[in-house]
Ligand binder design. Sequence first.
Ligand code: GUN
Length: 291
Amino acid sequence: MTATIIDGKAFAASVREKVAEHVTRLQEEHGITPGLAVVLVGEDPASQVYVRNKGKQTLEAGMNSYEHKLPAETSEADLLALVEKLNADPAVHGILVQLPLPDHIDEEKVINSITPAKDVDGFHILNVGLLGTGQKSMVPCTPLGCLMMLRDQLGSLSGLNAVVVGRSNIVGKPMAQLLLRDSCTVTIAHSRTKDLADVCRGADILVAAVGRPRMIPGDWVKPGATVIDVGINRIDAPEKGEGKTRLVGDVDFDSAKEVAGAITPVPGGVGPMTIACLLANTVTACCRANN
Ligand code: GUN
């Protein structure tokens, strides 16, 4: 059996299209343009790429994009002052502070200083609590994108065994909450889990978010399972030439696709969905602010 390859790029394009239509309606019917502020501290190359893409796609969806690029030596107090300013700015409906932040800045303090209603990452402790108790919240973008792909692929998720490998605050934990909310039986596994292979083999839905290149081989995958690979790992690719690299997921795609029912590729799977969901969250924040 060869798995259906889930096309995250096409799915993300359709989400962005719906977001753009919603933005047009907000402008025409209410005279409002949603605005997203993205704050980048320092010059981390991967973060710079993400922030550039976020800004570009925000504008393409017809929204306002406000980029704040600060030097790596910015003080915590100055960053908190900027967040305060954005919290108070009525043109800004969503605020995203790109992580990781430099070591001298307390990440949790900064995240928790964002007004929860503008926290389009869904990382503020209030949003984490609301999600955990099944209340209306901002939902972290990557798990939200994974959930959309799972629902699209499987319809109802009710009663399915879901295994999330990885327990990060950004992906693993909120992913587990979302799957639980959709009535899955959820296991959160991680690097210390005993018999990880057997745990994975029980999964109808397997979400890999550990950040270890090709850690999950095909023989850990239950035949017919839906596999969502959140990993984006850059590895050396000498076959492409000296010094060349390429991206691989946390799942060994070539062996897993022979067993799974459906699987997301890397790149072109979960990745594009994250920014699409960020745009959707910004529109949601804007609608809630104006209701
Ligand atoms: N760094 C890597 N992923 C993310 C994300 O989803 N949000 C923020 N703010 N920073 C990130």
